[in-house]
Design a protein around this ligand. Structure first.
Ligand code: NAD
Ligand code: TYD
Length: 352
């Protein structure tokens, strides 16, 4: 039996990963540890709530004594760490909470793992799920981030994730803690909080609200379907080499404005509106401060060493995603109205 601690399991990517692990490994115990911030939503996991190999624990990763208790109570032997503050715009407004959770919280988990496992690191693993944004920004006209690209973060979010990556490596190099890291491109799919581009725009189109395009709309992001990311994490956790980093991406670059037009086309069609009906909602607004020009991931290492490839073509992934948000309008309404907070407040109590 393995006792796997997944942090941030009530968030967007974490909930897909928890679902995959709970269903695929009935012999494991999956402990989902989450503070349930605005981004954590237990409604994302209703289908696994009753599974015998699933446990939810409400806790803050910055609470070091609580982390020590959890390692000991559940006999944790593997960690997949996703809990984080994750939205760049929020990091610009409130960098402190990003340093607190992403840096200090990661450090608190690392130290709890080290103390719990010291003396016998056999079969133990601390896996940090990180972002390609730590590598900085690529020119519009070429190049890719590889695992060897120098870190050059620009936003408070990416600076905090870069710092946490460095701490993870420092625990490996200094104390021998068995670690793995992955750095992934932008994810899209079901259960993403509608502050991020794709669910925000689908929701705004639904309500005929303006679609705020930052700057010229020419910034480029590399988009990956979230379930493909979860599959990659599972593969790296089980088969990746200890001490190594893997880049995860789908070789799927889009200029924001082109992506937005695809979202409009698909959403209008699924809503039964005439083609192009929502194009006038596009509204150019002031650019994001320090807006990275382009991200593009080279995931050749993951493909060649572990045989991972994205399973979905982008058009198919976007179609599935738009459909999901339109078929789950209640979920969107709940997370934007605060209903979901009441749901878990009732179930687990809530910290102020
Ligand atoms: P998210 O914001 O949807 O979820 C984060 C989760 O962490 C939430 O459930 C939240 O309640 C929890 N959390 C926050 N602070 C906490 C704390 N102090 N203690 C315990 N739990 C806490 O984020 P996401 O988009 O699912 O991203 C998950 C991870 O993947 C993050 O580490 C992020 O940096 C990384 N990542 C995200 C993307 C992306 O496109 N979304 C891409 C690459 C990497
Ligand atoms: P986002 O989903 O916030 O992800 P990230 O900043 O981590 O890449 O944004 C994706 C891209 O879309 C990014 O270039 C910023 C841009 N964007 C807008 O133009 N308008 C918006 O309202 C949002 C949220 C993002």
């Amino acid at each position: 039996m393995r006792n796997i601690l997944v942090t941030g399991g009530a968030g967007f990517i974490g909930s897909h990963l928890v679902r995959l692990l709970v269903n695929k490994y009935p012999e494991y115990r999956i402990v989902n540890l989450d503070k349930l911030t605005y981004a954590g939503n237990l409604a994302n996991l209703r289908d696994v709530e009753g599974c015998p190999n699933y446990v939810f624990v409400k806790a803050d990763i910055c609470d070091f004594p609580a982390m020590q208790r959890i390692f000991s109570e559940y006999g944790i032997d593997g960690v997949i760490h996703l809990a984080a503050e994750s939205h760049v715009d929020r990091s610009i407004k409130d960098p402190f909470s990003f340093a607190r959770t992403n840096v200090m919280g990661t450090l608190s988990l690392l130290q709890a793992a080290k103390l719990a496992w010291e003396g016998s690191y056999d079969d133990k693993l601390f896996y940090h799920v990180s972002t390609d944004e730590v590598y900085g920004s690529l020119p519009a006209d070429g190049g890719f981030f590889t695992e060897k690209t120098k870190y050059d973060p620009h936003s408070p979010y990416s600076a905090s994730k870069a710092s946490s990556d460095h701490f993870v490596r420092a625990y490996h190099d200094t104390y021998g803690l068995p670690i793995k890291l992955s750095n992934c491109s932008n994810n899209y799919g079901a259960f993403q909080f509608p502050e991020k581009l794709i669910p925000l725009f689908i929701n705004n189109i639904r309500h005929n609200k303006p679609l705020p395009v930052y700057g010229s709309g020419e910034n480029v992001r590399d988009w990956l379907f979230v379930e493909d990311h979860a599959r990659a994490i599972d593969l790296i956790f089980h088969e990746g080499k200890v001490g190594e980093t893997y880049n995860i991406g789908g070789f799927n670059e889009w200029r924001n404005i082109d992506l937005i037009k695809v979202i409009i086309r698909v959403t209008d069609r699924l809503l039964g509106r005439p083609e192009g009906a929502s194009l006038p909602l596009i509204t150019y607004v002031a650019d994001r401060a320090g807006h990275d020009v382009r991200y593009a991931i080279d995931s050749t290492k993951l493909k060649e060493e572990l045989g991972w490839e994205p399973s979905l073509q982008f058009e198919e992934g976007i179609e599935k995603t738009v459909k999901w948000y339109l078929e789950n309008q209640q979920w969107l309404d709940d997370v934007t109205s605060g209903e979901y907070e009441k749901y878990y407040e009732n179930m687990y109590g809530r910290e102020s």
